[in-house]
Design a protein around this ligand. Structure first.
Ligand SMILES: [Mn+2]
Length: 340
């Protein structure tokens, strides 16, 4: 349930403010870009000034989305981004709930700026930086949460075809094309409304999923070859070395969704995907699970990360081989502790 008083507060903030900045998390995905651009289109329709500022670049496979050309990249255009934030009445933060998710540098900037924040997010354990917090882990995507909030504010009429396209994209990507467990009747009702806004939903799926490069498929092939199953623990994992990424001229977004293959094997309820990022000196890790195995807790306990019950992220500063050994050790000793 979304709190009525908070909705009223949001309505008056939007009515009285004229200038808004909207921020997604670092390495934004379809839901992060979809929700921020969706809100951007709605605020613009209400004759407000709104700007989406991304902590870093967004992946290529989302560049077709309406409004991406208006996005300001904090990493590349710090002066411009800072001026926009200084001029804002309010700063929306969407699809994340702790400022650290914007990266070290932007977090530093945001923690020192004297501006009120509004959080709209569906991850667990929200931080307390926002003046107004809409934290709803029961939603499968920030886009569906945003759509629900807009509807309750009676703002659905301001959702243009462009806004609907963005919001639809986030719901599709964060729900694994409507198959993850939080997908419910309300999700499909939202989708029906968005389709009635005139969006080209088959084309959106095409843009998202039938737009691969040859190299991306070759990299996927390598990842699948690197898939290892630990049948005694109903666990699997995939890894990609830095040299694999280089061999196939990896681009941002090329590894998106690969983690789910580890979970598609019969009998597996937990999988991990390790990506060696030599430049950042870390191993980036994605976790996925089925049922009541809680990867959010596991990621928080052992891999400096977090997320949702069935989808979380983390990292390691050990080498790839050591990280995988550490992972196997945790699985063999502690897997049973993370069933809710
Ligand atoms: Mn999301």
């Amino acid at each position: 349930m979304i709190n009525e008083n908070k909705l009223e507060a949001l309505k008056s903030i939007i009515a009285s403010g004229n200038n808004f900045v909207i921020i997604p998390h670092r390495n934004p995905d379809g839901d992060a870009i979809g929700s921020t651009l969706g809100l951007y289109h709605v605020l613009t329709k209400l004759n407000k000034k709104a700007t989406v500022i991304t902590p870093n670049d967004f992946p290529n496979f989302l560049s077709w989305m309406p409004g991406t050309n208006s996005i300001v990249n904090f990493e590349y255009h710090k002066d411009k981004a800072s001026k926009l934030m200084q001029a804002a009445d309010y700063i929306f933060t969407l699809d994340f709930n702790v400022l650290l998710r914007t990266g070290d540098e932007m977090e530093k900037y945001l923690s020192n700026i004297d501006k009120p924040f509004i959080m709209i997010d569906h991850h667990q354990m929200p931080g307390d930086y926002a003046e107004l917090t809409f934290s709803h882990p029961e939603f499968g995507s920030t886009c569906e949460l945003l759509y629900t909030i807009l509807s309750k504010l009676d703002f659905a009429k301001y959702i243009s075809k462009d806004a609907a396209t963005c919001i639809y994209t986030g719901i599709v990507t964060d729900s694994g094309s409507f198959r993850f467990p939080k997908t419910n009747a309300a999700t499909h009702r939202a989708i029906a409304d968005l389709i009635e806004k005139g969006i080209d939903n088959p084309q959106i799926h095409n843009n998202l999923f039938d737009n691969s490069s040859y190299n991306k498929l070759q990299l996927m092939g390598r990842a699948l070859q690197n898939l290892i199953v630990l049948p005694e623990y109903n666990t699997s994992f995939i890894f990609l070395k830095d040299s694999d990424l280089k061999e196939f001229q990896h681009e941002k977004g090329d590894t998106e969704g690969l983690v789910n293959y580890g979970l598609s094997i019969k009998g597996i309820d937990f999988t991990a995907f390790f990506i060696e990022r030599t430049e950042e000196n870390i191993i980036k890790i994605s976790f996925r699970s089925q049922g009541n195995f809680d990867v959010n807790k596991l990621a928080r306990a052992y891999f400096e990360g977090g997320g949702h019950v069935n989808a979380a992220g983390g990292k390691s500063t050990k080498s790839l081989a050591d990280t995988i050994d550490y992972f196997k050790d945790i699985v063999s000793k502690h897997k049973n502790e993370f069933y809710d």
